[in-house]
Design a protein around this ligand. Sequence first.
Ligand SMILES: [Fe+2]
Length: 474
Amino acid sequence: MASAPNHLNPYLHGIYAPTRDEATARDLPVIGEIPKDLCGAYFRNGPNPAVPPKGLHHWFDGDGMIHGVWFENGRARYANRYVRTLDFVEERAGATPMPGIFERAELRDGRKTVYKDTANTDLVFHDGRLLALWYVSGQPVSVDAATLETIGYETFGGKLPGNVSAHSKVDPVTGEFVFFDYSLYEPKMAFGTVSRDRRLTHFQEIDLPGPRLPHDMGMTENYVILHDLPVVFTESAIRERMWRIHVADQPTRFGVVPRPHNGKGAGAPRWFEFPTCYIYHVINAWEEGDEVVMAACKMVPNGFAPDPALGPYAAMTTVLALRAKPFIWRMNMKTGEGREVQLDDRLSEFPVVDFRRQGRKSLFSYHVVMDDHVEQRYSGLLKYVLSTGDAIAHEFPKGVFGSEPAFAPREGAAAEDDGYVVTFVTDAQNGASEALVIDARNFSGPPLARVQLPRRVPAGFHGCWAPGSEIKPL
Ligand SMILES: [Fe+2]
């Protein structure tokens, strides 16, 4: 195979270039002061090819690497570790890698996915440990939240029937893990629940009109909201098992399915139709009277034309230039009516809420601001008031780009924004990375602490917060 022109791939260079070594550092230098009532850890997952790719490389193909900063008593420590998936271990040992998503999908013995499953996309903190999850629904990898060492594939006692998609969620009240799965080439999706102590308690398949490519789901106290979005695989993609997607002429549908409670089954989904749109990320979902409400970032056209100078990477780069605005969808379970309301006109993505409000009505959300650039990079943060669509900005210095943030409650505080917003930033010029600690109630002010990291943290995907008292060293 001729080598691909990877010097043209923007997602292998600059702020995206992989960091290949693994490090641990204690007592990190700090500009400012780490609050003593900040106790826990911020983690962020992302793609980080361990072996320089020879073929065409999509940003989503890089091996998962988690960067973590632990805060305790005004001090911070750092570590970064690869997620040791089977594909990572075998490729580093010299085996032929599973295909990336630019290549033909392959059924291989011992694999539950048809592409390289990197677990590089999302992180969920459940039962004291991290689960690293993959974009195209893969095998969840359990990771020690105290050290970032890979524990192994999580099968929930051998009962997990298929895969688990990124953006599966933890219910902060019941401690349940609520997950979804979908099939790239078959007309179905699934959702399941796992108890606080990692036992599979429910699994249900849902028929769809065709294979779909969802990215997230909603979860409320009593329902899950499954996404049937009109980004679908082409017929030739299904036949030839190639990654070719198109926007179909069909509405967006949300399937509201009752969560099983007290041993009762879940029931069939109730579908609500809305004007065609695509959604990567849900902000939060909750119930209000008869309505199931979901807030999410709805994609809008980005206006970037493919740049021929990027060769085979022109289309990927244009598609990755995410542009989205926050919307709220209301679905009345009594009348079957649906309403869609735009929350704000500003562009933002990678939304998060206080994890204690997941599935419950939340007052605030925190988003990244997309830089006005064809490469996906985040030039600041927005703190939204979800009832009004008002937002306060926290801008990073020019040329400094961030990561999906996480909200960290102040020790002992209950109010929703009584705490800190933590994120990684990297200076594109010199590669210096920091963990910022921002006062959630003085959001536009300078960070309380800029924790100096011992290495560049490449741009990546999703993060999470783990309270110190709940991390279970293994
Ligand atoms: Fe995502």
